[in-house]
Design a protein around this ligand. Structure first.
Ligand code: MG
Length: 250
């Protein structure tokens, strides 16, 4: 059952979301090409979250072994942070959740490492804009399918594909809760009706080539089947009669 949140609940999620946004920004600003590794960024995130009095939501979630998911180049999502330094020209997706005072927020952003190719830059721009196209349909009285369709339409009209195997989700007292699926593909007018107090994560995962993905033997890391690049942007949002609010901002 979906738990529709009160103003007080949303205020707590906003506080958690601020820590997510702050962590992602500081992590991204600390990247030195050829030097900083995903493991360094993961340790930095742990410090920032602890200083804010929160707990990283991903750590030990279904056995996940790190504080953050860090996914480089052809890794779509759920990359386990490694000690291999990021290199000039890479794209790196930083994805993390924070639990603060019993409430979760979850966000992701894909960053260029130093100077990246025009193709990579375009992929990042299209994926970020796809997220905002989805958010623009997040209104009381619309349906989840309206969000899904807007994301898919924008991505495919730009010549890219949306990952099918993973979707956005409800969020609140739990990292993942009802509605259990906020897809990045589908038909307008279908799916759950959006009512005031709905809190969800919209998170397009966009591939340069095929939408097909493969799970590596570590059982977490998801890569593109064709080895091409993938980007991921995610915001946690609250939808009320007053409109939509992005919770994962500073
Ligand atoms: Mg998420």
């Amino acid at each position: 059952m979906i738990e529709y949140k009160s103003k007080e609940n949303i205020a707590k999620m906003r506080a958690a979301g601020r820590v997510v946004a702050r962590s992602l920004r500081i992590m991204s600003e600390s990247i030195v090409p050829g030097k900083t590794s995903p493991a360094d960024l993961d340790a930095l995130a742990a410090r920032i979250v602890a200083e804010a009095g929160g707990v990283p939501s991903f750590l030990n979630y279904r056995g996940f072994p790190a504080n953050t998911c860090i996914s480089v180049n052809n890794v779509v999502v759920h990359g386990i942070p490694t000690a291999t330094p990021l290199e000039e020209g890479d794209i790196v997706s930083l994805d993390m959740g924070v639990e603060l005072d019993g409430w979760h927020a979850d966000g992701a952003w894909t960053y260029p490492v130093g100077t990246v190719s025009q193709d990579a830059k375009r992929l990042l721009n299209v994926t970020r804009e796809a997220l905002f196209q989805g958010i623009s349909k997040a209104k009381v009285g619309n349906r989840i399918g309206d969000i899904a369709h807007a994301v898919q339409k924008y991505v495919e009209s730009n010549g890219y594909s949306v990952v099918r195997d993973l979707v956005g989700h409800g969020i609140g007292r739990h990292l993942h809760e009802e509605p259990s699926s906020v897809p990045n593909f589908g038909r307008a007018g279908e799916g759950e009706l959006i009512k005031s107090g709905l809190t969800i994560c919209i998170e397009p995962m966009v591939n340069q080539g095929t939408y097909k993905v493969v799970t590596l033997p570590d059982k977490w890391t998801l890569v593109t089947e064709d080895g091409k690049l993938s980007a991921h942007f995610e915001h946690a949002i609250a939808i009320t009669r007053d409109g939509v609010e992005i919770l994962t901002v500073e």
